[in-house]
Design a protein. Structure first.
Length: 202
């Protein structure tokens, strides 16, 4: 794994490496790259605004945030982000994180599918929202220098991510019609924005 992209670094240590290994093992390559890019987008957004944040907490949450979409962790009753939050609690318990920190990892994952959180209220949750939105649908992408996005995609290619991710959300929407993913799919425009992502063009 590249630990630095365009001046942005990932944290080092047991938690970060374990999260990377779990994500790489359970997600396909396109989804794994999305999780890593989401971290880098969020970290770059924070750096540009001079925001301090917990890199380990954010990285672990970013790497785990979509594992509720993969078959081994896909709940038939819970939304994928809620299932992912429970997975994060179990994962971080194994690392010996205290309850409050385990709850924070789960909270970041759940909130990335909720209304925007102000960075002064919860900076790490806002960073995951920013990172995932920029990488999935291109929302907020204009805030990033094209040289940064070019370097990031060269390091972690998209590999057809957009179309496969839309299919995952459509599947969630069909099976769990009350979930946040279903609201996005039904809202109109999200799927088209995602498959028309600027980083997939040209």
């Amino acid at each position: 794994m590249l630990i630095e992209v365009a001046g942005m670094r990932v944290p080092v240590g047991l938690a970060a490496e374990a999260a990377r290994l779990v994500c790489e093992e359970y997600a396909d390559e396109a989804l794994y790259h999305h999780c890593v890019r989401s971290y880098f987008f969020g970290a770059a957004w924070a750096q540009a605004r001079g925001l301090d944040f917990d890199r380990e907490l954010f990285f672990v949450s970013a790497l785990l945030h979509d594992l509720g979409l993969v078959p081994p962790f896909d709940s038939h009753t819970l939304s994928f982000e809620e299932a992912g939050g429970h997975l994060a609690r179990v994962f971080t318990a194994g690392l010996g994180w205290p309850a409050e920190r385990r709850d924070r990892a789960a909270e970041l994952i759940v909130l990335h599918m909720r209304d925007d959180v102000a960075p002064e209220v919860d900076v790490e949750s806002r960073l995951l929202q920013v990172g995932t939105s920029a990488d999935v649908s291109g929302t907020g992408l204009e805030a990033f220098d094209p040289s940064f996005t070019d370097t990031l995609v060269a390091a972690y290619p998209r590999l057809g991510f957009a179309k496969s991710f839309v299919r995952l959300f459509q599947d969630q929407a069909e099976r769990k019609p009350g979930c946040a993913a279903a609201q996005l799919v039904a809202g109109g425009g999200w799927a088209q924005r995602t498959v028309s992502h600027p980083l997939d063009q040209g």
